[in-house]
Design a protein around this ligand. Structure first.
Ligand SMILES: Cc1ncc(COP(=O)(O)O)c(C=O)c1O
Length: 291
């Protein structure tokens, strides 16, 4: 049986009910996190909870629980729903109030936590790489907030799917921002490059891990945006996210990257991230831990 937390109560997932006037439902007025679980243990949990509270602050919302209470809830859920590899979905919407755009005062947020299954194709995509489609970034100007208002992301992903691609790589004018649900990286002449963490992208937790790993390993990198032409002329391209980890991009529109094969640095970073996951979720004592 699958369980969920709804406002602090552990219930069967099918029994969860949310009011039609919940602002998450009517306005997309909410925030969320997706956290990977390996070996039954959450990866980078405190980074995800920090980002959840930062997102809340940016939309003037109070989360009705402390980080510690959310952490305890997550561990209880993992205890009853025993799964080795899955994802924790945590969403906080502003709560229930008669429909009106104005932010209501003194209402309590609706908090749900439940577990998601891994993407079926993940391992295959990680090994062989994916095809991506270049698409205009039609989203708003606060992409740094991890909000449940995801219609822009949904529409660009759909465009990619219509082109038989697995991810949309987005651009504003000539500048590449990020993917519809991932951060985008290029490698050119040994230099790793990704968009700076400003309001045009989500500052991914996996992005943060890769930057920390690169620093530790002395892999040269810059947080600097690149153009669509630079993307197409890159030696290697890859995306990062909680659900896709480090996934090579081997074709962008009709252009093959690295002759259609995952690049060497991409594979190295894939392995280094797996090692970090191993050290955080399987063997605490590892000297390689970034924590
Ligand atoms: C738009 C967007 N950018 C980047 C990411 C990657 O973030 P993370 O590594 O924290 O999963 C995501 C993840 O869902 C996303 O939706």
């Amino acid at each position: 049986m699958a369980y969920m937390f709804l406002n602090g109560k552990l219930i069967e997932r099918t029994k969860g009910k949310i009011d039609v006037e919940d602002r998450g439902f009517q306005f997309g007025d909410g925030i969320y996190e997706v956290i990977a679980v390996y070996g039954g243990r959450p990866f980078a949990l405190s980074d995800h909870l920090d980002r959840l509270f930062e997102s809340a602050k940016k939309i003037y919302m109070e989360i009705p629980y402390s980080k510690k209470e959310l952490e305890d809830g997550i561990h209880r859920l993992l205890h009853v729903d025993k799964r080795e590899h899955c994802y924790i979905y945590i969403q906080v919407s502003r709560g229930i109030s008669p429909r009106n755009h104005i932010i209501p005062q003194r209402i309590s947020g609706t908090v749900i936590i439940y577990l998601l299954d891994p993407i079926r194709e993940k391992e295959n995509w990680k090994r062989r790489g994916i095809k991506a489609a270049i698409t205009e970034d039609i989203r708003w100007l606060r992409c740094d907030i991890k909000t449940t208002s995801l219609l822009g992301n949904v529409l660009v992903k759909q465009k990619a799917v219509e082109k038989q691609a697995s991810e949309a790589i987005l651009h504003r004018e000539q500048r590449v921002t990020e993917g519809s649900s991932s951060n985008v990286w290029i490698v050119k002449d040994g230099l790793l490059r990704t968009h700076p963490a400003d309001q045009f992208i989500l500052n991914g937790i996996t992005r943060k891990q890769i930057l920390a790993i690169s620093k530790q390993q002395r892999i040269p990198y810059v947080e600097q945006s690149f153009t669509v032409d630079e993307l197409l002329g890159a030696d290697e391209v890859f995306i990062t996210s909680t659900t896709m980890e480090v996934t090579p991009v081997v074709e962008v529109d009709e252009v093959k990257i690295n002759e259609g094969k995952p690049g060497l640095l991409t594979k190295k970073l894939q392995w280094l991230l797996e090692r970090e996951i191993q050290s955080q979720c399987f063997d605490d004592a590892s000297p390689f831990s970034l924590k």
